[in-house]
Design a protein around this ligand. Sequence first.
Ligand code: SF4
Length: 91
Amino acid sequence: MGRKSNLDHAFVSIEWAQFAACRGIKDPDIFFCEAWRKQIVRQAKLICSTCPVSNECLEYSQIGAIAHGIFGGLGGGPRAEMRRLAREGAL
Ligand code: SF4
């Protein structure tokens, strides 16, 4: 069985996005700012903490192996670690 490619990501439903806490926010770039901008990153993660579809968002980013940005309240580093652990069967 092969590993999922990013191509699979193009066919994932994102109907859940209509319920996202970040939907319609004034500056969606806060979810993609540099990690050293800690206050902005914190602001984005705070929004995620109120989001009713954070699990779906996180799953979406993991299917696509998205390296950057905040999804499901997590940055790229922790998400990559989760993928590594899942590959090794630890999750
Ligand atoms: S978890 Fe965060 S980035 Fe994902 S949809 Fe919700 S608010 Fe947006």
